[in-house]
Design a protein around this ligand. Structure first.
Ligand code: HBI
Ligand code: FE
Length: 287
């Protein structure tokens, strides 16, 4: 999003990809992965959408150590035609969209240090791989990610990247999903790669949990410095994909250009409310 400030690092290709250099990870770096993995693998099974656990398994991500992107890509390619490529960090929006539209997921190669185990600003390999990749083995979610990349290219041309970034944020990063029996589960990568937010997003009394509504969500700002104040709940990956490919975003962008953003903690009369949060936590930075 801060495109102007992004400069392609020395050694990165023109599409900003780099070698993962898997052989140069240290035992300490692999150990950080294993510690994060063990904690999430213990707490997630009852909380995450079952397709996520199936993806971990199918992609053999349950083996110890930071995954080798080439091996991972081979399995992912066989499942859904996706690949994982390494990048130095954030890449410019247009390139990010271009990679997604071509079924390439960009992932950081670096891993947080042990001191940063619970909190870091920039997505690392644990967030990018553990958080994002399992669902890329799911055919419908895989198609949604590609459709998002294609939508991003169009949004760029219409000056509406911020709107579409909110869709990514409230689905791919921080989405909740309703199961057929009515219970809510996690699927957003920003949640499932965070121990604290995996508990907070489902169980805390503070945040609102509201039914997914494309236009509404595109008017809702989001937090990058704390847990979310509102989560949006989809009915199924099929429904999310269908709404994304069937919606003509151009008239929505035009209409929303004349409307103010919603206050971040608001509930509208039209909202489908799963939980009306207390908002007690709002503005407290995670420990
Ligand atoms: N680059 N590496 C990386 N990872 C992201 O998630 C990412 C990015 N560049 C841009 C971006 N996300 C967002 O601005 C888009 O969702 C709009
Ligand atoms: Fe992410």
């Amino acid at each position: 999003m801060e495109e102007a400030s992004l400069k392609r690092p020395e050694g990165a290709a023109s599409d900003w990809t780099i070698d993962q250099s898997w052989d140069s990870y240290t035992p300490q770096e692999h150990a950080v992965w294993d510690e994060l993995f063990a904690r999430q693998a213990r707490m997630l099974p009852d909380r995450v959408v079952p397709e996520f656990m199936q993806g971990l398994d199918m992609l053999r991500m349950t083996r110890p150590g930071i995954p080798n992107f080439e091996e991972l890509s081979d399995r992912l390619m066989a499942a859904t035609g996706w690949q994982v490529v390494a990048v130095p960090g954030l890449v410019p929006d247009d390139l990010f969209f271009d990679h997604l539209a071509n079924r390439r997921f960009v992932a950081g190669r670096f891993i947080r240090t042990h001191d940063q185990i619970d909190y870091l600003e920039e997505p690392d390999v644990f967030h990018d791989i553990f958080g994002h990749v399992p669902l890329l083995a799911h055919p419908v979610f895989a198609d949604y990610m590609q459709a998002y990349g294609e939508g991003g290219r169009r949004a760029g041309a219409l000056g509406a990247i911020q709107r579409l970034a909110r869709l990514y944020w409230y689905t791919v990063e921080f989405g909740l999903i309703r199961q057929p029996a009515g219970d809510l589960k996690l699927y957003g990568a920003g949640i499932v790669s965070s121990y604290g937010e995996s508990v907070f997003a489902l169980e805390d009394s503070s945040p609102h949990r509201l039914g997914f509504d494309m236009e509404r969500l595109m008017r809702t700002p989001y937090r990058i410095d704390d847990y979310q104040q509102s989560y949006f709940v989809i009915d199924s990956f099929e429904d999310l994909l269908r709404q994304t490919v069937e919606t003509d975003f151009a008239p929505i962008y035009a209409k929303l250009a004349n409307q103010p953003d919603l206050p971040i903690d608001t509930i509208l009369p039209t909202d489908r409310i799963y939980t009306r949060g207390t908002q007690m936590r709002a503005g407290v930075t995670p420990a």
